[in-house]
Design a protein around this ligand. Structure first.
Ligand code: HEM
Length: 643
């Protein structure tokens, strides 16, 4: 980003205070990645060097970008007594029963912002109208389809949701922008701030920064435990279980979710649902029930409870695996990331060796999954405020859903579009009714063939700027919200660093002028208009969407570095992906099921073999289905050169 190499000024001046607190070895490692960053080359390096860069970067983030919020008050417990995932996420951490359970604090990757800007500076409605609002739909090409978009909502609803206060806030658009806002004003509930009764130091290995003593709570269990279908507590779990043969409730009539008397779906998480999300929930309920059938055949002595618990472990692991080695690889479509994600799951030695010899060689060579003990790098597991912010990806959502004819008179490569439905009609209870009319096969094939939106400025779905959001129980809220403006407000309200501060805290080179962020003159002009010449004021969400993207990446590099840290952490900190990822806990056949499932395509094929055979030309279920399969590359992955 325009810095010259001179030994004296090698480290960017704004990063020097952070580097000064590092150990000698870490400072040396930092110099290596800093050099790569100056020349913007890591993603152009041969695969092995690219992976080494990411390994070093992840190590530094594990040392300097994990902050625990709140006290640790759990009790010790007998891990052998809890050899399954509990309803509320308790009893996963090996020595503290509460860590990672429902209602615990969000952690942080950096301290709350200490910049002097006001909450409404610049006004969120101005940012929404001038920089976010969709002008015309920009799609992601063939790389990422609507299943991929629904998938990430499916994951978000497994991991995170902020507890709200009862106090209401109103945002009123200033007069000069009100005409460009579908809602001139809107009301919503503040994020609940709870005293932590502790102080936190940052960098976590130093002792020189004391954080604010309030934090916010996660109403979902942050573990990768499938809570999106299983619920986040006992009540949620009981709502979805049939209590027969370990199975979950699903409609016999159409294979979709069942509904209560109010029309709200019966599933682990029903807030802000739409038809595509609900379809994935139904698919994984089906997967769970099929796993129950399989286990029942091999272990006929298992009762309902044992069947449920084992099928939950297996299905959650299948979901985590698909996300790691299928979804993420499509999102960050480069050889380096294929290698990196597979190393996370299988290790450097690969699947074949792991299948033959098991986990025998440490995290690098045998992967994070199956480690002897969970690793949290000295900071108890939670998901973080910054993680929530980089996952603000509503621009993936289109304006219209394109329905396709799956029984056409002639078999073309691509089923013809028969109807377009406004996305607004596909959300909540109404969306559930329409999904039932459309049917699951047609919906899946249609979503598979439709590209998702691109994560870029001026692509925020217009219909979400006047959205009836849901309460935690799936009921419509009385006041619609402008989600684009609300998201800007939320990050500021929660003290999430703005873009440039965020980069500095992630050991990235900050921008010094708008041109460092993007080459697009029109964008630069609009940024100047909204933020004047103060690049420090730039909101994180706007910066992430404006940033020049690495070739093959659907997200920004800045967002990616948070993923690099947290995606690994979700696996390595979890007892059921480490110590207990074994046949004793999962059963031999259960573990085999996880090991044999490699992709969403495998799951869809298991339940709808005709569908994938007939309609999925692409290699991954997450790329547009009529795109060509990935071509064979005869050069072994690790030996591939730069691209
Ligand atoms: C029809 C689909 C969707 C609807 C109706 C929807 C709606 C909402 C609403 C109402 C909120 C809460 C806003 C607030 O009060 O702060 C929210 C939060 C959020 N959504 Fe979505 N969303 C959808 C899809 C997605 C997708 C595809 C993603 C992709 C990653 C996503 C990611 C998030 C994140 C990260 C949050 C913040 C959660 C938190 O504050 O803890 N959503 N969404």
């Amino acid at each position: 980003m325009g810095f010259s190499f001179s030994p004296k000024n090698f480290v960017h001046p704004q990063l020097k205070p952070l580097v000064a607190k590092m150990s000698f070895v870490d400072a040396f490692l930092f110099y290596i990645i800093h050099l790569m960053d100056k020349y913007e080359v890591w993603h152009r390096l041969p695969v092995l060097l690219g992976v080494a860069y990411l390994g070093i970067r992840r190590h530094l983030h594990q040392r300097y970008n994990l902050l625990h919020v709140g006290d640790i008050k759990g009790r010790k417990y007998d891990t052998d007594e809890y050899c399954y995932r509990t309803a509320d996420g308790k009893c996963n951490h090996p020595s503290d029963d509460r860590i990672g359970s429902q209602g615990t604090f969000f952690g942080r990757n950096m301290p709350p912002s200490n910049l002097p800007y006001e909450l409404l500076e610049p006004h969120p409605s101005v940012v929404a109208a001038k920089l976010l609002a969709r002008k015309e739909f920009i799609d992601n090409g063939k790389q990422f389809n609507l299943i991929a978009c629904s998938w990430i909502q499916f994951m978000i609803h497994d991991w995170i949701d902020h507890m709200e206060d009862t106090q209401q806030v109103e945002i009123r658009a200033p007069d000069n922008i009100a005409d460009a806002c579908p809602l001139k004003s809107f009301k919503f509930l503040k994020t609940k701030q709870v005293p932590t009764n502790t102080t936190t130091s940052w960098p976590s290995k130093g002792n020189n920064f004391l954080m604010d003593n309030t934090g916010s709570l996660n109403t979902r269990t942050p573990w990768w435990d499938g809570s999106v279908i299983y619920g986040n507590n006992k009540e949620g779990m009981e709502r979805i279980r049939s209590f027969k043969d370990g199975k979950l409730k699903i409609s016999d009539k159409d294979g979709l979710l069942e509904h209560d008397e109010k029309g709200i779906p019966i599933s682990g998480d029903v807030r802000n649902c739409w038809a595509g999300f609900s379809l994935l929930q139904a698919l994984f309920v089906k997967e769970h029930n099929t796993v129950c059938d399989m286990i029942m055949v091999h272990y006929p002595e298992f009762d309902d409870e044992k069947l449920y618990q084992h099928a939950r472990l297996v299905t959650s692991a299948v979901i985590a695996k698909i996300h790691t080695i299928d979804w993420t690889v499509e999102l960050l479509k480069t050889d380096t990331l294929v290698a990196g994600m597979r190393i996370n799951w299988y290790g450097f030695l690969g699947k074949r060796i792991k299948d033959m010899f098991g986990h025998f060689c440490g995290p690098i060579f045998s992967g994070l999954v199956g480690l002897r003990a969970p690793r949290d790098h000295g900071i108890p597991y939670s998901l973080t405020e910054e993680f929530v912010s980089v996952y603000r990806m509503h621009s993936l959502l289109p304006d219209k859903l394109q329905l396709r004819d799956i029984n056409p008179s002639s078999m073309d490569e691509c089923p013809p579009i028969t109807r377009e439905m406004a996305m607004r009609e596909m959300i909540g209870k109404e969306g559930e009714k329409r999904l039932a009319e459309i049917g699951k096969e047609k919906m899946m094939v249609s979503m598979g063939h439709q590209a998702s939106g691109a994560l870029t400025l001026w692509n925020y779905p217009s219909w979400m700027r006047n959205l009836v959001a849901h309460d935690i129980d799936g009921e419509d809220r009385p006041d619609p919200v402008d989600m684009a403006a609300l998201e800007i407000y939320r990050d500021r309200e929660r003290g999430v660093a703005r873009y440039n501060e965020f980069r500095r805290n992630l050991l990235m080179i900050p921008i010094s002028k708008w041109e460092d962020l993007t080459d697009d003159g029109e964008v630069i002009e609009a940024l100047r208009e909204v933020y004047e010449d103060d690049i420090e004021k730039l909101d994180l969400l706007v910066g992430l969407h404006a940033e020049k993207k690495i070739k093959g990446f659907a997200i920004s590099e800045t967002a990616f570095f948070i993923f690099l840290l947290i995606a690994s952490r979700r696996l390595e900190a979890d007892r059921f992906f480490t110590t207990n990822f074994n046949s004793r806990t999962y059963t031999e056949k259960g573990l085999e099921w996880v090991n044999k499932t490699e992709s969403l395509r495998d799951v869809i094929s298991r339940h709808y073999p005709e569908m994938t055979r007939k309609w999925m030309k692409s290699s991954s279920a997450f790329s547009v289905w009529d795109s060509s399969p990935t071509s064979t590359n005869f050069i072994p992955l690790y030996l591939r050169p730069a691209h």
